[in-house]
Design a protein around this ligand. Structure first.
Ligand code: C2E
Ligand code: MG
Ligand code: MG
Ligand code: MG
Length: 282
């Protein structure tokens, strides 16, 4: 009775929250074995260079098709894995797949770059630097073709070791990008400290630049700021031609979004690259 009148306790008894917690625990406990069983795969979303007017690379995005539950959203299993420090195995799997795919695509399309998301939590695992170097060597992928998109950067707060590891990764020759820029905390501080040569502006700002003047101004000034610091800018979540045109006008470097291409299988991406090349030659 009393619980029902107490906001905090009420939340504790919320059956939906409980269901959500047990769902998370259940998918979390299955994630590692799902990777082993081949239920997890990688989709690739094109990155389109706005000056060269062509696809210059792709971002690897984890996908999980559960045999009973069907597709599980990345936002669900990745958030759960990050919260419980279980993101390591998935990350190694995605890196291996993406690096091997990029090496194959490069035989036909030299210079094609690949981006993999890296949770900032993993910047405590120094062995990742060695594993990553070994993977690239094994697949003969030049490190300058790999970008690590740093997510969950709030986790970096005050960790000198994490910043040291970022420098080591950069020394390997890979590109560091700050993902979801504009969301989270103290992003200006991160902009200063993270050795990133690429800034990805979060889709929540990009989507609304034509409807919302303050979003337009923020995207515009972020591009100016990043360029003054010598960094490249990628706009995420571009769904409409008008937004794409506006980004070109603002001098944005690269765009990603449904209007260019949804995340797709490596086969579809390869076909798309060959078709684009044929049409640009014609
Ligand atoms: P992200 O890295 O910011 O990736 C962009 C997300 O936006 C992807 O969602 C993509 O499918 C979606 N997206 C791309 N273009 C559009 C668009 O035009 N409109 C809309 N509405 N959405 C668009 P996804 O694949 O569900 O991934 C969500 C997040 O999960 C990613 O955000 C990333 O933070 C994380 N993630 C995915 N794969 C991995 C992974 O292998 N490792 C880690 N650590 N995180 C991953
Ligand atoms: Mg990303
Ligand atoms: Mg993002
Ligand atoms: Mg995100």
């Amino acid at each position: 009775e009393e619980a029902a009148h107490d906001g905090l306790k009420w939340k504790y008894y919320d059956p939906e929250a409980l269901e959500d917690a047990s769902w998370k625990l259940s998918i979390l406990s299955q994630l590692d074995s799902a990777v082993d069983k081949g239920e997890v795969w990688v989709a690739y979303q094109p990155k389109f260079d706005l000056k060269q007017r062509k696809i210059v690379g792709a971002e690897a995005l984890a996908r999980w098709t559960h045999p009973e539950k069907g597709p599980i959203a990345a936002s669900e299993f990745i958030a759960a894995a990050e919260q419980h420090d279980r993101i390591g195995k998935l990350t190694d799997f995605v890196l291996e797949q993406a690096i091997s795919a990029a090496a194959i695509v490069n035989r036909k399309h030299p210079g094609f770059g690949i981006a993999v998301n890296l949770s900032a939590r993993l910047l405590t695992d120094r062995s990742l630097v060695l594993r990553l170097g070994a993977m690239m060597a094994r697949h003969h992928l030049s490190p300058d073709l790999l970008t690590l998109e740093l997510t969950e950067t709030a986790e970096l707060a005050g960790s000198g070791a994490a910043f040291d590891m970022l420098s080591s990764l950069r020394d390997l020759g890979v590109t560091i990008a700050i993902d979801d820029y504009g969301t989270g905390l103290s992003t200006l501080d991160y902009l200063k400290k993270i050795p990133a040569s690429e800034i990805k502006i979060d889709q929540s700002f990009v989507k609304t630049i034509l409807d919302n003047r303050s979003d337009l101004v923020m995207v515009q000034s972020t591009i100016a700021l990043a360029h003054s610091l010598g960094r490249k800018v990628v706009a995420e979540g571009v769904e409409h031609q008008g937004v794409l045109d506006a980004l070109v006008d603002m001098g944005c470097d690269v765009a990603q979004g449904y209007i260019i291409g949804r995340p797709m299988s490596i086969d579809s991406l390869t076909k798309r690259l060959s078709a684009d090349r044929r049409s640009s030659v014609a």
